[in-house]
Design a protein around this ligand. Structure first.
Ligand code: GLN
Length: 483
């Protein structure tokens, strides 16, 4: 039962082959049996899950239908869930029960999805390995000695291990696409403004975007349908109609123009990954796509710009966690300054503290122009590169990551080494564009992802290309041994 995709579950529920309650019980048992190896959950919500599953079964019995009605999912632990701990992977919020549901949580619940729990993540979504979580590292089900990617590592590991079919995640610089690549999943980062950020604890507000992690593009379409849409509670949400993402999955790729940036294949890319990317290009050519070499000349400046902008926004966003308004409060403070210092010093882990310091420095008088403003100018250049490229091509294709998942601990002493692994993903966040990662093969038994980028609001196109590719390849169907 646990092998079913969301689409298969929807058919099974509609055909009354099983109930949501039965399926939910099977998956909850599987989580308690297997998750101790992975650490992919921070909180389980068994009672809520069974209640929601029974309610979904009752709605179906009353004649309602819908692809998410009775579908078991989980939420990354930065989506606020009313009355349920929402920790953001941090000791700072270990005691925080959200007073309301995030829009994404409320929308998926209204569509009938069943919440099994809250998934582990890098602290405040800062990281690429899920090792900065206060709740401990998450293991990659493909090799328990390797990281699952981050910051949505818990959602990725849980879905890859077939503990559940899909989960929510967020992507500020790659945190949906990179863990998807590392665990053989399909992950979609929507256009900035497509999915509401209301109730999603902010890391870098101008870059953060929620989206789905699942095994197939077909399932990402189902999830995105439940998540996307205008929300008046989010001032950056965009009032664009939401298309039927499942309806466009079967469009032909005949004549599709795919741009492959020459900068993507420079030194630093594992040659074995380069070869798998070339193979995926050949597959898409067989389906009628036309390949064109393009250039993204400012790509080399994207990492330094991102690691100024994201920490700058984080230093501002995280000022609310001071032990007074939110979060951990130290014992017996001597005075207000002592309270702030020790509450924040004890509540935040080292990577979060590093980012707050870098961000506050970049925003300080005298450095603002030199770093923050300069980074914003680079951001515009990166966006312009994409706009030029999309005059000539329909989508852009390349690797999701330069290397496969590294060993746990391998990059702990060198944060910059980890930042460099974001080279292919962060440009989409700087420009606000939608991006998708899908399985493209294996290197040393570890999954490799191919990334597709599209113009604004063309999530449907990305899902269409990925679905056609998945109808003709079987990488996404491979299951990690032991799960
Ligand atoms: N690895 C990037 C960072 O640490 C991206 C994280 C994310 O997308 N949340 O900031």
């Amino acid at each position: 039962m646990h092998q079913m995709t969301l689409a298969e579950i929807a058919r099974g529920l509609a055909d009354k082959k099983f109930s949501s309650e039965e399926l939910t019980k099977v998956l909850l048992a599987r989580i308690s049996q297997l998750d101790p190896q992975l650490n992919s959950f921070i909180s389980l919500t068994e009672e809520l899950a069974l209640e929601q599953a029974k309610a979904a079964d009752a709605r179906r019995a009353n004649g309602e239908s819908g692809a998410l009605l009775g579908a078991p999912i989980a939420h990354k632990d930065l989506f606020c869930t009313q009355g349920i701990r929402t920790s953001c992977g941090s000791k700072m919020l270990d005691n925080f029960k959200a007073p309301y549901d995030a829009t994404v949580v409320a929308k998926l619940a209204a569509a009938g999805a069943v919440t099994l729990g809250k998934t582990n993540m890098d602290e405040f979504a800062m990281g690429s390995a899920n090792e900065s979580s206060w709740y401990g590292a998450v293991k990659n089900p493909w090799n328990l000695e390797h990281v699952p990617g981050g910051s949505s590592g818990g959602s990725a590991a849980a879905v890859a291990a077939r503990l559940l079919p899909a989960a929510t995640a967020t992507d500020t610089g790659g945190s949906i696409r990179q863990p998807a690549a590392f665990t053989n999943l399909t992950g979609l980062k929507p256009t900035y403004g497509r999915v509401s950020r209301w109730g999603m604890i902010a890391y870098a507000s101008s870059l953060d975007q929620g989206g789905p992690l699942a095994r197939t593009a077909e399932d990402c379409a189902i999830m995105l349908q439940g998540m996307a849409g205008f929300d008046q509670n989010d001032s950056t949400s965009i009032d664009e109609p939401v298309p039927d993402y499942s309806a466009s999955l079967n469009e032909s790729l005949q004549g599709l123009r795919i741009g492959v940036p020459k900068e993507y294949f420079s030194a630093g890319l594992d040659p074995r990954i380069a070869e798998l990317i070339q193979n995926s290009i050949k597959e898409l050519q067989k389906l009628g796509a036309v390949i064109k070499e393009i250039s993204l000349p400012n790509m080399q400046h994207a990492i330094p710009a991102y690691y100024v902008i994201a920490p700058a926004e984080a230093s501002s966003n995280l000022s609310r966690f001071d032990g007074v308004r939110f979060g951990h409060r130290c014992e017996n403070p001597e005075n207000l300054i002592d309270l702030y210092k020790r509450s924040r010093g004890e509540g935040f882990g080292p990577e979060v503290q590093r980012r707050i310091m870098v961000g506050a420095y970049a925003l300080s008088a005298g450095y603002y122009d030199a770093y923050y403003l300069k980074a914003q100018k680079i951001r515009r250049l990166v966006k312009n590169d994409f706009m030029t490229a999309f005059n000539e091509v329909d989508i852009i294709l390349g690797p999701t990551t330069p290397n496969p998942a590294w060993k746990l601990g391998a990059k702990n002493s060198d944060p910059v080494a980890a930042y460099l692994e974001d080279v292919y993903t962060i440009t989409a966040n700087l420009a606000g564009l939608p991006g998708l990662s899908m399985p493209a093969g294996f290197v040393d038994g570890l999954p490799v992802g191919v990334q597709l980028l599209a113009p604004y609001f063309q999530e449907g196109r990305l899902l269409n290309v990925a679905h056609q590719y998945q109808l003709n390849t079987d990488w996404h169907t491979r299951t990690p041994t032991g799960f």
